[in-house]
Design a protein around this ligand. Sequence first.
Ligand code: ADP
Ligand code: MG
Length: 257
Amino acid sequence: MPDPTPSDEAVIEISKLSTSFGDHVVHSGIDLEVRRGEIFALIGGSGSGKSTLLREMILLHRPDAGSIRVLGVDLQALDGGDANGETLALRQRWGVMFQHGGLFGSLTVQENVGLPLREHTGLDDALIDEIAASKLAMTGLEPKVGAQYPSELSGGMLKRASLARALALDPELVFLDEPTAGLDPESAGEVDQLVRKLRDLFGLTIVMITHDLDLLWQLADRVAVLAEGTVQGIGSMSELAQMDNPAIRKFFDGPRG
Ligand code: ADP
Ligand code: MG
């Protein structure tokens, strides 16, 4: 079993990153590091640039300046395009659960989970089905759910199914954008347990965006607070709770956005 204790090895290193959309500056000098085996959370108000930062970590958006290394690869140095072998190889080492699930409505749940395997491996259909079924089981979904379509699933089941898809290629690193948003407390608690299991049992490194204080207090090893284009503080929730930076205090005291 992998050692669940986070190590000092950086799996993501971001330095002096800046991003603008037209005149709108979203990031102006972001520095942070994610270590192997930790659950790392990004928090910040609505529009603070969390999702954009996540998209930059997974090659869906290019920052204007600065550097991002993920799993030892300098993303700026990749020449883009999925035809590039190094890019393809890197994409297989992470899994992503998008905020709105991102499952294709025209495919069954099991077909959705099998899709990354179909795209990235030469495995035959029978084996792909078998692996997809095992990933569904890993996230606690019954086998019969595999034959259903996304529109037939509850919010909690959809989150599990998209997590199963994120795990299809046995990634080292998993990105979760708002994994418990829109769920009732019970389903949110189940997703909590699932995320914990991914770290503790499978030794995955997890980067998540969330507003869910329960999830943050219970699971996050370290949390980075984003505001005004920069990281205002990084630490455990108890460390952040002691900081007197107003942007951080707002998160603990005031309404959340
Ligand atoms: P968060 O996830 O923290 O709510 P986002 O990263 O989604 O914030 O967005 C940060 C800011 O950048 C917002 O003001 C948003 O409107 C803007 N933004 C994000 N993506 C784009 C885009 N593709 N084009 C223009 N503006 C964008
Ligand atoms: Mg967002």
